[in-house]
Design a binder for this molecule. Structure first.
Ligand code: SF4
Length: 222
């Protein structure tokens, strides 16, 4: 897109500080059920689901965890079976070797450092083996204590299209969003963008004509 056109589009929609709350409000009205698609019944199941969701779909993870969580109920259970057995049990989520190793390391640390419980602070969560910042952010937000903003592929694409950031690096995008998005919406905001990104602002072909924020978006094609 030529620079002058981008400049004009930004001028047309106004500053991001003024647009962010209307964007959140309209997407909230559009997607009142926007929430995490992973299925879990406890903090531990949440952590395991999010760890397994790397490089695969939530639907796929839910299919695997339906059986998995019958068999593995406590951190000790993940350490009680041979590594190969755990690998087999999570095989269908892909990258099963790394994931099994990460799960075992995480369970061991939960037992030694956290009384077998899932910690709530981001700085503790990122200490767990195989738990990167994005995973930690998702878990902390679902535990009701968001300390950052989850940046996945949808959040990144939509934040850029909506002119909320010009960065490419997820950590820098998160910083821009933390500065912009009201703290009370840090947990909800990524879900709104993910839902909108899956349904309307699709990667290859955004459907701007039926987008509820098209008058607030500098990338709108209508
Ligand atoms: S107007 Fe188009 S590009 Fe902008 S958020 Fe909506 S669908 Fe995406």
């Amino acid at each position: 897109m030529p620079r002058s056109y981008v400049h004009e589009a930004r001028k047309r929609v106004g500053p991001k500080r003024a647009r962010i709350v209307p964007i959140i409000d309209r997407l909230t009205a559009e997607y009142p059920d926007a929430t995490i698609a992973l299925r879990f019944r406890s903090d531990l199941e949440l952590l395991v689901s999010v760890m397994l969701s790397a490089q695969t779909t939530d639907v796929n993870v839910n299919r695997v965890t339906e059986q998995l969580f019958q068999k593995y109920r406590r951190p000790e259970d993940y350490l009680a079976v041979p590594l190969e057995e755990l690998e087999r049990d999570i095989y269908a989520t892909g990258f099963f070797r790394q994931k099994a190793k990460a799960l075992r390391g995480t369970m061991a640390m939960l037992l030694t450092d956290f009384d077998g419980r899932v910690p709530r602070r981001l700085e503790d969560l990122v200490r767990l083996p195989g738990v990167a910042r994005k995973t930690a952010n998702v878990v902390a937000a679902e535990l009701g204590n968001p300390q950052g903003i989850v940046v996945d592929t949808h959040v990144r694409r939509l934040s850029q299209r909506l002119g909320l950031t010009r960065k490419e690096d997820p950590v820098k995008i998160e910083r821009d969003l933390q500065w912009l998005v009201p703290r009370a919406s840090w947990g909800l905001f990524p879900h709104l963008l993910i839902w909108h990104g899956r349904r309307v602002c699709i990667a290859r072909r955004p459907e701007c004509e039926r987008c509820v924020v098209n008058d607030l978006c500098p990338s709108s094609r209508v």
